[in-house]
Design a protein around this ligand. Structure first.
Ligand code: AMP
Ligand code: MN
Ligand code: MN
Length: 314
């Protein structure tokens, strides 16, 4: 796909990603929008996302992301990145109303794509790597490179997870060639946590339970605990990955309470358990080694309903 080719008749373009946007979602949306603003200077390009975590404000124009969905707007084209249309949240209406829809994604649970034009590659490390594939290199600059690099870093765990392919490393190499201070970018957007985030991680680790004879590590943070720490759901990023780093564990399950008795479930696996398959049983999705869904009930009930599906695969 050449994105400029697909968008050549469009002068009002919207870009959106999934609810609770992560680094790849924000990086791919911002990378594409910075590219389009440069390559199509006469076009209007708007990015719609839920409010990103502050660490992502180091990306150019991240402060211009539109978080409000109350206006009735019409776009010539809507590009959905790092998700299918279902998880666009409140911005779905702009996608539905657009004359042209494009979906660029790497989720295995989004097999066919949700748009008129689909560029879906489940083997790709990240939506950001796919954006790099579809844009024209001549417009690449340090700001676009930074956005896409952050996306790749976040979805590959700093080029470490098994979704890291030779193409991912080549892309990352080309991106840092724009003079990115990658050490600082990785430290400040990926590893560094606020004091509160680290204390929450500590709480989640100390509450963790070892299930299925140590093959599955489970933990939970309730809404009450979040309030106690003066934190919000963006402060829980990375906890599930740390739970997985337990010797003998095949997977980790982390629950966080969105509202009373409603839990966002995050799952990570070493590869043996296909967590996308587990999530899909409950209407969620994701990747083999990283997936999520939403469940209702007590934390204990949520865990008990999930575990048999994990156990089946062990
Ligand atoms: P998370 O645990 O929220 O970091 O999600 C892990 C991976 O699964 C990410 O790639 C998410 O985009 C994806 N994911 C999480 N929840 C869902 C869902 N309900 N449907 C589809 N994909 C999801
Ligand atoms: Mn994502
Ligand atoms: Mn992604």
């Amino acid at each position: 796909m050449r994105i400029l080719e697909e968008l050549k008749g469009s002068s009002k373009i919207a870009i959106g990603g999934h609810i609770r946007p992560d680094g790849d979602c924000i990086g791919s949306c911002m990378g594409l929008s910075l590219f389009l603003k440069k390559a199509m200077p006469d076009a209007q390009v708007d990015v719609f996302l839920e409010k990103p975590a502050d660490i992502f404000l180091c990306i150019k124009d991240a402060d211009k992301i539109i978080t409000d969905s109350s206006a009735e707007l019409h776009y010539d084209a809507f590009v959905a990145l790092d998700t299918n249309a279902e998880r666009l949240g409140a911005f779905r209406k702009y996608f539905d109303a657009a004359d042209l829809t494009i979906n660029i994604d790497h989720h295995i649970s989004n097999k066919d794509g949700s748009a008129m034009i689909n560029y879906i590659k489940p083997q790709a490390s990240s939506a950001s790597e796919l954006v790099f594939e579809v844009i024209d290199r001549e417009y690449l600059d340090a700001e676009i490179a930074k956005a896409l690099y952050i996306g790749i870093i976040h979805d590959t765990g700093v080029l470490q997870y098994s979704n890291t392919a030779p193409s991912t490393l080549k892309t990352a190499a080309e991106l840092i060639g724009y003079g990115l201070d990658f050490t600082k970018i990785i430290d400040e957007t990926f590893y560094e946590k606020t004091f509160v985030q680290n204390r929450l991680l500590g709480r989640a680790l100390s509450k963790a339970e070892s299930r299925l004879f140590g093959k599955c590590i489970v933990s939970c943070i309730t809404a009450e605990e979040l309030a106690e720490f003066g934190a919000d759901s963006k402060d829980l990023e990375g906890i599930v990955s740390q739970l997985r780093y337990t010797r003998g564990a095949e997977c980790a399950v982390f629950l966080h309470e969105l509202k009373e008795q409603e839990f966002k479930v995050s799952m990570r696996s070493n590869g043996k358990v296909d967590v996308a398959k587990v999530a899909s049983v409950f209407g969620g999705g994701g990747h083999v080694r990283a997936a999520g869904c939403t469940l209702t009930g007590t934390p204990k009930a949520c865990v008990e309903i999930l575990l048999p599906h994990i156990e089946k695969q062990l």
